[in-house]
Ligand binder design. Sequence first.
Ligand code: XIL
Length: 299
Amino acid sequence: ASTLGAAAAGSGRYFGAALSTAHLGEAQYAATADAEFNQTTPENEMKWDTTEPSRGSFNFGPGDQIVSHAQAHNMIVRGHTLVWYQQLPSWVSSISDATTLKSVMDNHITSEMTHYKGKIYAWDVVNEAFADGSSQHRSSVFQNVLGNGFIEEAFRTARTADPAAKLCYNDYNIENWSDAKTQGVYNMVKDFKSRGVPIDCVGFQSHFSSSGPPSSFQTTLSNFAALGVDVQITELDIQQAPAQAYANTVQACLNVARCTGITVWGVTDKYSWRSGDTPLLFDGNYSKKAAYTSVLNAL
Ligand code: XIL
């Protein structure tokens, strides 16, 4: 195969990129994305600050633009993200009453998932709920007002809203097996599975430094998969994009049957969220980098 998406499809997987409405009008950006990728994740367009900027007032315009572009170009869509402590409007983070916050959170999940019903392959229902260097949840309005049960509540609500969508937990720094944060998320998934709390997948963001994935990455993916969930690499970028580090990351996924796809966090270095870095597969002129070739050959 001669494109990333087609090569990944050869083993039943997808290869995608985060897309942003801000750049879709740029011909080379769209042409590169449309040629190479068979999956997309909206980089910001489905986050709470965009979709429900004030209580009960929804704005799905930007997310709809990504979805219609995806549908026109044969890309499946990961929905990102329903419950996250960042890019969260202050009207939510200032709620201190548990009954109100639970109803606000459930309504946000239900409204957004209902709007996109049938159009989303998998949702990042909860993003980044665990603290760095710890197996505990991080501080957030959801954690502080609703307690540990907020994640379970979010997943149960999500299953009811769109029973056909896969429901994922997504986080960073959970790629190294021995890290406390990895163990915390693993124990949560194990607990959810044992109690019948609906969860279908775990997303490993994979924002790596130039040293690339930890050597235990494949072990981590396969240990999570053994709990009965799919695993996905959801926001891949690697500082300075070393070709070998990219190939190793792709190989770790290919070696795990339940690793269903890989998403890079952007199309071109010039729009990467890691400003000052060049962590992606295409340079600022949309030329294929060495990392592109190593990924294509690995797939
Ligand atoms: C980033 C986007 O790339 C930026 O454009 C935005 O300003 C901040 O968020 N983890 C996530 C993503 O789950 O949503 C973040 O995306 C990167 C870190």
